[in-house]
Design a protein around this ligand. Structure first.
Ligand SMILES: [Fe+2]
Ligand SMILES: [Fe+2]
Length: 193
């Protein structure tokens, strides 16, 4: 079965009700989808994978279960091994080789999407006008979005062979069109001068 993005969303929302988790899934989906387009790869498949990467987090919120105990569920739902293996590979503790472009992109977008989201939340114009420079500055402030693993952000850009600035700019551009769904303001919401 070649899963569609909409099927993955249907599965995700059956296991996940938390708004924060759904927004995280959408943010990672947008970023991974952006890279699929950039690389001319299978956007629908990549989006489905991204949507499902944390699908079991609500039912398995600890690393002794997430994401490994989600895999049999995805298998039962009929998802292909290629998707399941990519989902498993986003977790550092499973030490699965990131040997496909999809695995690399998923890993590279996971933490950074969350961090860019956090940057957008504290700006009156959300992601509009958010420069890589200011994202990098915030990465150096340990207290800002403290849950985001900085080392994984840097490792992700290196894995893609991209400068961090370029990777940040891509993720910002990817998330911008869905800013309202992510609960972010846009220039249109900013007070007029
Ligand atoms: Fe995860
Ligand atoms: Fe994630």
């Amino acid at each position: 079965m070649r899963p569609s993005r909409d099927l993955a969303w249907e599965t995700l929302t059956r296991y996940t009700t938390s708004e924060a988790l759904l927004r995280h899934a959408l943010a990672v989906e947008a970023s991974v989808g952006y890279y699929a387009r950039l690389y001319g790869d299978d956007e629908e498949f990549w989006r489905a994978t991204a949507l499902l990467h944390d699908f079991d987090y609500e039912i398995h919120p600890t690393l002794d279960k997430h994401p490994q105990d989600g895999a049999p569920i995805l298998r039962e739902e009929g998802y292909p091994e290629e998707l399941i293996e990519a989902v498993l590979s986003h977790a550092e503790h499973l030490e699965i080789a990131r040997d496909t472009q999809l695995k690399k992109v998923l890993f590279a977008c996971d933490e950074l999407s969350g961090f860019v989201h956090a940057c957008g939340l504290v700006r009156p114009t959300g992601l509009d006008g958010l420069e890589p420079k200011s994202v990098k500055k915030k990465l150096k402030q340990p207290s800002f979005a403290a849950g985001v693993h900085r080392d994984e952000v840097y490792e992700g850009a290196a894995l893609l062979g991209l400068e961090l600035d370029e990777h940040i700019a891509n993720v910002v551009a990817a998330m911008q069109p869905i800013a309202p769904e992510l609960g972010l303001r846009t220039t249109a919401d900013a007070p007029q001068e």
